[in-house]
Design a protein around this ligand. Sequence first.
Ligand code: ADP
Ligand code: MG
Length: 727
Amino acid sequence: MNPFNNTSHGTQMSANTSTFDNPTRASDYFGCMTFSGDTMLKRLPSDVFAKLQRTMSQGTSLDPAIANTVAVAMKDWAIEHGATHYCHWFQPLTGITAEKHDAFLNPMSDGSAIEQFSGNQLVIGEPDASSFPSGGIRDTYEARGYTAWDATSPAFLLRNPSGITTLCIPTAFVSWTGEALDKKTPLLRSIQALSKQAMRILKIFGHDAGVSHVVGTLGCEQEYFLVEREQAEQRLDLMMTGRTMMGANPPKGHQLDDHYFGAIPDRVLTFMAEVEARLFELGVPAKTRHNEVAPSQYELAPMFENANIAVDHQMITMQVLRMVARKYGFECLIHEKPFAGINGSGKHNNWSMSTSTGINLLDPRADTHTNMQFLVFLTAVIRAVDLHADMLRASIASAANDHRLGANEAPPAIMSIFLGDMLTDILDQLQTGSPKKTKTGGELDLGATSLPHIPRHASDRNRTSPFAFTGNKFEFRAVGSTSAVAWPNTVLNTIVTESIDFLATELEKKAGKNPSAAKLEAAVKAVLKENIKAHRRVCFDGDGYGEAWHKEAEKRGLPNLRSTAESLSAFSTKKARDVFAKYQVLNARELEARYEVLVENYCTVIGIETRTIIQMVRTQILPAGLRTQEELATTVGATLAADVDCAETQADLRHYVGLVNDLRVSVAELEKLAAKHHKDHAIEMRFLHDNIVPATARVRAACDALERVTPDDNWPLPTYAEMLLMK
Ligand code: ADP
Ligand code: MG
């Protein structure tokens, strides 16, 4: 049965929409297209299962002897479920996923074919690395690259809407020298480094018993827009760049706040149900769905998972959203700013650390002021964000996110941490001496006896902070909606690792070996006091949107890197090289390569956008303007010929011709600038940012001015109102 032909979405969890195993419970259905859990247990000999399971749960190295057995079981399972091909699925530096499909069947010369999938094919692949960006790594070395099976992330069956099923094997992608050409390899390295340092803190507090390692936990909320596919296809900008490059504001935006959390339209709800069903099959625990702030904007949030798996699942989520949208006649826009003047889209990156036994290390618990271990981890994050705000900012930099960061509805480009009243109060106490109490929120009495009393959180939410503590995790909100989250999380893990290492060393020095409880407590208080004092400037609970914060941040010496062009150099500093090298996340060349690819990517995106807007203006907007001009002129001519005065229409005509001319002038100016090129990518990036981006904005302004006075039937593009509001 092809799941995409099944339209009974109301019962997404029932056997009705299941793909194959006819599960009757949600738990059977969940992950049924992944090679994990029950599927593995059923199909692998118990000793092989145990070894693979250990690698998956603890990240221990894989016993090569089991690869053949796993490969055969995986292949049989995949073929039984309709797969004909397998692929090594990886995340090159492009920011999307890549896959090269190979058939399980090997044709023989006598016309027959044999099924083949060996352990070797499972473990190692050899795509041609030369077709992926390497940021110069391949210039000095050969083009050869390898993909290597990441057994810690379950293989899955991806079925496209036509029912073609492919076994996808998550892999790392490296050059033949072993240098990482992808986003997964450094992520895995950073998780390992974080674990090693975090274990030291657990040891200091005597909480390491039975804990084999520490994992990153991650849950990413995905915002997106849905527009009619038919309308999107009429817009070259949406098709080429993922955003509208022109479009006058609709009469109604989100001023009425009537969309946020509002009732979800029927077709959208059906779409969401199918997205969730598809994600469930793939083991992605989608949990929450709602309307977002802007009209036609929505959000999907999963349950958090082990960071490596969550990152893979995030990539799958974007793919499934786009794929399923088309089935329902929608185009899913994941771009950070598809519509100017309308709320943009982010991807709140909820991040924490947990022991292998499932204890959240950022859970403050009830008497937070006595929870010294929590306060150490918290201080490590504060120190990391303060010391490396530039890199954290750069980790989410892209041409698309430039439209969002620092604009009025998104977090500012200044990296700061929101802590909330309870933690701020504890930091105050720590800084002045010894913390004695934990503020509680008390209870909210809703004033009607039939309503329950709600325990009030000790802090309110703050949506204006780019990096907020939200109860038991940090929410990195400045991450863009299209971001491949492996990279920001790699940066975050690495900088926090450094601070945990630093604090662990300080504590070990101050407390000495096997300290008494009192000595340990004194050491912790001293170390925290010092570090909070040094790094507290990065904490800010106020309104991040306000102009006052910009001034205040400047006074505090916090960097405000407003654009990609200003921020990417954070990756080419000695400080960056040192921290990545120290924890063996990236060597200098690997880091340099990432910088290069990011710069190149910015230039490519702006290049495509520039050509797109020029083409639209030349082939659609100017012709529409001239047609309207001609109609107006004809009207004026005919009216005057009839001997009727039409001074006002003449004034309209004059005004309209002026607008057409403005557009002509601005596009000519853009064309002239766009003809210039600079060999050096960094110089080109600056040029694009300083010159092309503003020139494009002027063309856009001219288009929008024209749109406002052009008759509807002459305007060649679906308008904002048509795309966002008229459904
Ligand atoms: P909020 O309402 O503050 O946004 P939720 O509890 O709804 O918080 O969670 C938002 C996202 O944060 C979800 O994707 C959730 O899975 C994730 N999340 C919750 N706890 C953690 C954690 N310990 N580590 C990482 N992500 C988490
Ligand atoms: Mg959130």
